[in-house]
Write a protein that binds this ligand. Structure first.
Ligand SMILES: Nc1nc2c([nH]c(=O)n2[C@@H]2O[C@H](COP(=O)(O)OP(=O)(O)OP(=O)(O)O)[C@@H](O)[C@H]2O)c(=O)[nH]1
Length: 142
């Protein structure tokens, strides 16, 4: 019991925002994490951590610009789902937004590669554990 109390006190929530960008053919953009990073080589949705004082939406718009070179408006990102997963010493809360419109052409500015994948084909990709429950949801939503 004492251990459980200590663990609760030390657990830090780690919010991360990510986007499922959807193209005109109903495919989703995924990007591959670079070598040297945690979970290198896995495919994930573009996004990342919040900076101090940043709203989730501002963080997502910034990350999409930094990682893909695209411009997204606040009206184009729709809060859709979340995942909750232990990640090392922290507990990841992955907030997933859907986005169907943006300006610019996505480029892999941070990732090793990007790809457009039909939701049903996401099952065949190596993705972080937190993302796995989101795949079935995207299959139904898109
Ligand atoms: N962007 C993104 N991150 C994810 C997903 N799934 C998932 O578990 N994560 C985790 O959420 C965290 C996102 O942090 P990040 O992308 O800003 O940071 P990073 O590890 O790339 O390192 P950095 O500090 O060098 O940017 C990573 O630990 C990443 O593994 C996902 O679908 N998209």
């Amino acid at each position: 019991m004492a251990n459980a109390v200590i663990e609760r006190a030390e657990l830090v929530l780690f919010p991360v925002v990510a986007a499922a960008l959807i193209d005109g053919e109903g495919r989703v953009l995924v990007q591959q994490r670079p070598p040297g990073k945690m979970m290198a080589g896995l495919w994930e949705f573009p996004g990342g951590k919040l900076e101090p004082g940043e709203t989730p939406e501002a963080a997502l718009i910034r990350e999409l610009h930094e990682e893909l070179g695209i411009t997204v408006s606040a009206a184009s990102i729709v809060p859709t789902a979340f995942a909750s997963e232990r990640l090392g010493e922290r507990h990841l809360l992955l907030l997933l937004y859907l986005c169907r419109t943006w300006s610019g052409t996505p480029r892999a500015l941070d990732a090793v590669a990007i790809d457009w994948v039909a939701p049903a084909d996401l099952h065949a990709l190596a993705m972080p554990p937190a993302d796995l429950p989101l795949i079935g949801l995207l299959e139904r939503l898109i």
